[in-house]
Design a protein around this ligand. Sequence first.
Ligand code: ZN
Length: 286
Amino acid sequence: MPELPEVETVARGVDARVRGDRIVDVWFSSYRQPFKTPAAAQARGLQDRQIASVHRTGKHIVMELGSSGDDIGNDGSREKAAEITAQWIVHLGMTGRLLVTTPDAPVAKHTHARLALASGRELRFVDPRRFGRLEFRDLRKALGFAGPGAEPLTIGAEAFASLFHGRKLAIKAALLNQTLLAGVGNIYADEGLFRAGIRPRRRAGQLTRVELEKLRGALRKVMEHAIKLGGSSVSDYVDADGVRGFFQLEHCVYQRTGEPCRTCGSAIKRIVVAGRSTHYCAHCQR
Ligand SMILES: [Zn+2]
């Protein structure tokens, strides 16, 4: 499952390629999933829209869209065209991919969306397992998309500490709870806890302020590092050009069960917390 750094990488990659482009034609598959908004309504909504920008919110990719040709009067004023009036929201789910290609590139199996752009490029959504979601929002009728939890890259010390205050569940489980922090998945929870020196089973509410600050910094650092390197690569993740990331080489604990800790040499342990494989160093993490 793509985590925050992968989603950020994809969003940045797509933004760099389609910002300012215009959607001239839309095709959707006939499956019911992955369409959170009915496919026909999405197609109508997306047609002729200008793509103002693409960014990440939590683990969602949000495309900010200008008015469609129909909305812009004959005066064609630039101001009106630049106004954001809709959003296309993409959740990659487990195996979803958002690709920028040329129209003649072979269409992969499980392609659910093809957006032809004025530049001649094509934006495609491919998802073999259909756990991804596509949603269209008309901002004249609905609020803009906001993630369910706080942003781990920008949250302040006070807000971060208050997320875990009084919580009895394990810190690892709390980190995976998307309504607290949006976008932290299994890899970065394990890697962040290792770098902060905190055992994954510690009760979230019992961490000291100093430990929480270490954890906040560690999560941000490890995810920013991954974004810099182009995101992680676990199973189906590829960036907007279809190139696999390579952050996996740098993991300290994640999926390194039995291997020596890069800091102290002790064997990395594996336990299960909140139903998820959890990796840590019993010597470095307390
Ligand atoms: Zn160690």
